[in-house]
Design a protein around this ligand. Structure first.
Ligand code: SAT
Ligand code: MN
Length: 616
């Protein structure tokens, strides 16, 4: 059994070891040597491949079971004592009942396996916004990934010992190995037997049956979003599904920090690592997925990235779409479910060069004829294949990305993928209006998305699967932030903007070659960031519309863009069409109806203002 100077930890580990009955228990120190040793053990057991040391030093390749390739939202539960406190957007079960079920599953679940004990810190060690946790797991892959994604090991343990406290995180792949049974290449339980469970009142996480991503790396979505969002509500801070970037105007060396929330498939990682196309501006990355924000003594919101790595979607990451992300996985990286090339490197669709003949696909089959392969039906890399890469590898990482006190947040962005209705950028009139914007975030989905009807799929604050309590109460918490004593009168709240890079124009043939989008996106989004920067200084001219302030003509720099993006297209991309917004109001009312009894009055008031302005 392990022996630390944290009595609570010793007792807790002993209790779980008695239940799970592992062959042995190992306390992880987080060293580079430990990482290499564990990964090399996986290689020796046939669970992983070591990548070509010359091409991709200290990096490893895993293939998951085909049934275990993503988060499982249908098997994710918020087990608050009252169902109402989980709210209308979360699966719920009574915590006592859930614990009874899971203790049954956990009993003997680590037979024949090693129990790893992982002390970790979310955020820089000892920082005022950081939090401590300990994950128990029977997966060496999880240990290696946690080493990349969190500050893990001896340093975190020392702080846990000082505090005698931590957030308990329990994980098992749910596949005991009794009597020397040989391990599967990727151990996991069947889909109906997977459990991703949060107990928000106790600040505990219990998961079972999956080894993949957010189901198993418990620092990420389970802790840093679901549990932390609840802690943040209790303590007056924010735990958000947001990237953090730092924008510098080179002429004056002035900087602004921006946090941004987008539903999936909106290019969040690309924005976090953007390389500006306009001269005189620099974007640096602080985080690509999660932001924790707390007021400082002067009432400014400051943000940290609680993670230490990027768990990024691999396909379509290329030198063209996101060079910084590609460079981040040049070494010390774990790849899962991508292709494995004959020279011991990785490959995925959209990496920017053809698939080498003889590559092994994510299911383990040899790709004989890469050219004739149907990328949609049978991709070489699974669509949710991932790299786990240290953030420190990123050439565009900001020098202060690990600042324990965090960076001052100047602006918050919300966005979605909307082919119409929503302009390129508009600005909230005040904090409550900004919260309204966050509450109606959504993306247009096509009927092809399985099981969904076409239309706008709402994903408020991009937190739909990640809010650890009633989402209506979460809206209220956002509203209340500016009124907290820590906000010191709310004078320094960040400005809030809504962006939409995805507006289309069917009428304009010149844009057809540009996939019909009215805005070029990618690095050219720096033009919108530059406008937002100026707005944070009270500069730049705006026009009032029923939905908020949009840039006055000529305010967004379009110099050097292709000729199809001109003043004409700018007018189209910034238009606020009253009829489209009248339809949008109907959809917002439908969306808000779900939160009846928990919807803040400030939000229904804001909707009433919008209706009145639209003449409804
Ligand atoms: O698997 S993760 O939860 O880490 C990533 C995601 O699905 O958003
Ligand atoms: Mn995410």
């Amino acid at each position: 059994m392990i022996k630390t100077n944290c009595a609570k930890l010793n007792t807790w580990v002993k209790m779980w070891a008695d239940i799970m009955q592992p062959e042995n228990v190992v306390l992880c120190d987080g060293s580079d040597a430990e990482f290499t040793r564990l990964m090399d053990e996986c290689v020796a057991e046939g669970l992983a491949k070591k990548l070509n040391e010359k091409k991709r030093p200290n990096s490893y390749y895993f293939q998951s079971d085909p049934s275990d390739v993503a988060r499982v939202e249908g098997r994710t539960f918020i087990c608050s004592r009252k169902q109402e406190d989980a709210g209308p957007t979360n699966n719920w079960m009574d915590p006592k009942e859930m614990k009874r079920i899971l203790i049954g599953k956990y009993t003997g679940c680590m037979k024949g396996r090693t129990m790893y004990v992982i002390p970790f810190s979310m955020g820089p060690l000892g920082g005022p916004i950081s939090q401590l946790g300990v994950e128990i797991t029977d997966s060496a892959y999880v240990v290696g990934s946690m080493k990349i994604m969190t500050r893990m090991g001896a340093g975190a343990l020392k702080l846990i010992e000082e505090k005698n406290d931590f957030i308990p995180c329990i994980h098992s792949v749910g596949k005991p190995l009794p009597d020397g049974l040989k391990d599967a290449k990727w151990a996991c339980a069947p889909i109906d037997d997977k459990y991703i469970v949060q107990f928000p009142e106790e600040h505990e996480i219990w998961t079972y049956g999956s080894g993949y991503g957010g189901n198993a790396l418990l620092g990420k979505k389970c802790f840093a979003l679901r549990i932390a969002s609840k802690m943040a509500q209790e303590e007056g801070w924010l735990a958000e599904h947001m990237l953090i970037l730092k924008l510098t105007k080179e002429a004056t060396k002035e900087t602004k920090c921006v946090c941004a929330a987008f539903p999936s498939a909106c290019g969040k990682t690309n924005l976090a690592m953007l390389i500006p196309t306009i001269p005189g501006w620099k974007v640096e990355t602080i985080g690509d997925d999660i932001a924790w924000m707390k007021f400082d003594e002067d009432g400014y919101l400051r943000a940290i990235n609680p993670e230490a790595g990027f768990f990024g979607v691999a396909p379509y990451t290329s030198a063209k779409t996101n060079k910084n992300a590609l460079d981040s996985c040049s070494k010390n990286t774990i790849f899962t479910n991508v292709g494995y090339t004959p020279d011991g490197d990785i490959w995925w669709e959209g990496i920017g060069y053809p698939c080498p003949k003889g590559t092994i696909d994510w299911k383990g089959n040899v790709v004989d004829d890469p050219e004739s392969r149907d990328e949609d039906k049978n991709p070489v890399a699974h669509k949710n294949s991932r790299f786990a890469a240290p953030a420190a590898n990123c050439p565009g990482i900001a020098s202060d990305w690990e600042s324990p006190k965090g960076v001052k947040v100047d602006a918050i962005l919300f966005g979605g993928r909307r082919p119409n209705t929503v302009p390129l950028v508009h600005e909230a009139e005040d904090w409550a209006h900004g919260v309204f914007m966050g509450s109606i975030v959504g993306s247009e989905v096509t009927a092809a998305a399985i099981g969904l009807k076409a239309g706008v799929r709402r994903d408020p604050f991009a937190m739909l699967p990640f809010c650890g309590y009633n989402m209506g109460d979460y809206f209220q918490h956002w509203i209340d932030m500016e009124k907290l004593p820590q906000a010191k009168g709310g004078k320094h709240m960040p400005k809030i903007f809504f962006v939409n890079w995805f507006r289309r124009d069917k009428e304009n043939p010149a844009l057809k070659s540009e996939h019909g989008f009215l805005w070029p996106g990618y690095g050219d989004n720096s033009r919108v960031l530059a406008y937002i920067f100026d707005r944070c200084n009270g500069e730049g001219k705006t026009v009032d519309t029923p939905i908020g302030k949009v840039p006055a003509p000529g305010q967004i720099n379009i110099e050097g863009l292709k000729s199809c993006y001109n003043e004409e297209t700018m007018k189209a991309v910034l238009t606020v069409n009253v009829d489209e917004w009248k339809e949008e109001v109907g959809r917002i009312e439908e969306h808000y109806a779900k939160f009846a009894g928990h919807l803040p009055k400030e939000l229904s008031d804001r909707l009433a203002i919008l209706k009145q302005r639209l003449g409804m």
